[in-house]
Design a protein around this ligand. Structure first.
Ligand code: SAH
Ligand code: SF4
Ligand code: F3S
Length: 489
């Protein structure tokens, strides 16, 4: 056990203050809350800016090269600061730490701590060891300790009605382009009782929406003992039964794990947000094979049919990689056709980025020119935009539950049960996270215009004063590889 070492006094440093910057996907933002809690528990305070913080920490992403380069740029900016203020501790945490490992010290000699994704619970120890005089700390790969505590400390969570909950870590698939299994390790599901307990405590804290996170969330439970192995279907039923919780989001499904049992659980849930991230990546069988995604276009079609037969109002979200090695104009045209066929409501489009250590990097030449990748990226986003504009107006004339998310003057912005954006006039006593029954009367070109159906219905008492959270969809890095991703919430 490390003691709370006193820092060597240096110019302008706020002792025991940390500044944490988080990049990457929602899982990283969830981890950021855990990291924040672990420092606060040890008596540290969070600094809004890096200028006077004693520890400057980057929680990083490796999924594409530009995500890493951005952090290297910021680390470069800190070099001068470290020279004038040697007491500042610089830490690189997460996927980039796991991918670059010790090489990070060579490239960024002013970095003190390199801490992989499975070691961040010990991060305050590592930082305090450096303050205590240790030159450097490196912790990578598997860890003896679990990343998720049995009872999560909610102290690092930003206030708000919507909360992330990681239900599993890692990934057991091996898509040829992807670093995630390498940096995050094998799939490890959290036991149901821990997840349910965490959600109950969040609800007691005023949360009305949970976003359950996993790289292949529909594989949840496969690694657990047999009594827990009724999978995500069983977990959904149990989460559904939590009183006070209004909405459940799932991020992200893999088509291979979609089963009739899971489809049934989603269809009978009244809380499941029928806006499902189920990335297709490409519409071309040739490309899907080279990606080793484990399905072809026809199998994807069958999974979508299973889901939509049970939930005709289901909306889908996809990620796409354009410019994968060998992708021809014909392959790309198949992607465009698939996007149209399935009528996605939102898409995240990424230009292929070769990642060292992946099998695509080792074996497949990055042969699509950068200009072609960019052009396909724009074409696909333009198509997605047109598709989405065609889908939202179809909701006019229907009724739905709408969750209030953000006050905009005398109106509320929110989402209806299948993810379409809507506006509703404000009423006294309303707050973010509240659900109202609405009729959708018109579409203004962006949002549906809603009218409350039961204005006399009582407003349930608030469990806390919620401030609007940042909401993001799909287990997709928040820093897009391209400026676009304009359809992400
Ligand atoms: N587990 C999720 C995706 C996680 S990574 C799934 O399987 O769908 C988020 C997205 O980043 C991926 O869906 C993919 O579209 C994109 N991505 C991953 N590796 C990439 C690479 N090397 N180049 C470009 N995009 C990549
Ligand atoms: Fe796993 Fe998703 Fe990466 Fe494939 S793309 S290896 S499913 S994290
Ligand atoms: Fe890691 Fe998430 Fe990026 S798992 S590599 S931070 S997409």
């Amino acid at each position: 056990m490390t003691t709370t070492a006193t820092p060597a006094p240096t110019s302008g440093l706020e002792p025991r203050s940390f500044h944490l910057r988080v990049y990457g996907c929602q899982m990283n933002f969830y981890d950021g809350e855990l990291i924040r809690a672990s420092f606060i528990r040890r008596g540290w305070t969070e600094a809004d800016s890096p200028e006077r913080a004693q520890a400057v920490l980057f929680h990083t992403c490796s999924v594409r090269e530009n995500a890493e380069e951005r952090v290297h740029g910021l680390l470069g900016d800190l070099r001068r600061r470290k020279r004038s203020d040697p007491g500042v501790v610089v830490g690189v945490i997460g996927c980039m730490a796991d991918r670059e490992g010790e090489e990070l010290f060579a490239r960024e000699p002013h970095v003190d701590v390199v801490c992989g994704s499975r070691h961040f619970p010990s991060l305050p120890d590592f930082v305090e060891r450096v303050i205590g005089g240790e030159e450097r700390v490196l912790a990578l790969g598997n860890s003896e300790e679990r990343v998720d505590e049995v009872v999560r400390d909610l102290g690092g969570r930003a206030a708000g009605h919507s909360a992330h909950v990681a239900v599993m870590r890692g990934c057991d698939l091996n898509c040829t382009y992807c670093v995630v299994p390498r940096v995050r390790g094998r799939a490890e599901s959290r036991p149901a009782r821990e997840i349910l307990d965490e959600i109950r405590r969040l609800v007691d804290d005023g949360v009305t929406e949970v976003q359950l996170l996993g790289q292949t969330i529909d594989a949840w439970g496969r690694d657990l003992p047999p009594e827990e192995r009724d999978g995500l279907a069983g977990l959904m039923d149990a989460v559904e039964a939590i009183d006070g919780l209004e909405r459940i989001r799932l991020i992200t499904l893999h088509p291979s794990y979609v089963t009739p049992a899971l489809t049934g659980a989603l269809a009978r849930s009244r809380k499941f947000l029928r806006l499902l991230p189920i990335p297709m990546q490409s519409g071309s069988d040739q490309v899907l094979r080279a990606m080793k995604r484990g399905y072809n276009a026809e199998m994807y079609r069958r999974r979508v049919a299973l889901l939509r037969d049970a939930m005709p109002d289901l909306e889908l979200v996809s990620d796409w990689i354009v410019g994968f090695p060998g992708e021809t104009e014909d392959d790309f045209a198949a992607t465009e056709r698939a996007m149209e066929e399935h009528g996605f409501l939102q898409s995240f489009v990424f230009q292929y980025s070769p990642r060292p250590g992946t099998s695509a990097f080792e074996r497949l030449p990055d042969d699509v020119p950068a200009a072609t990748k960019k052009e396909r990226n724009h074409r696909l986003l333009a198509l997605q935009h047109a598709i989405a504009r065609g889908r939202t107006p179809r909701m006019v004339g229907s009724e739905s539950a709408m969750m209030l998310e953000e006050r905009r003057d005398d109106q509320w912005f929110g989402r209806i049960h299948n993810g379409h954006a809507a506006l509703l006039s404000h009423r006294e006593g309303w707050r973010a996270g509240l659900s109202r029954l609405v009729a959708l009367e018109a579409w203004n070109g962006r949002e549906l215009l809603a009218r409350e159906l039961t204005p006399e219905a009582p407003i349930p008492p608030a469990r806390l004063s919620a401030t609007p959270p940042v909401i993001a969809l799909a287990l997709t890095p928040a820093i897009p590889a391209v400026p676009a991703s304009g359809f992400a919430v």
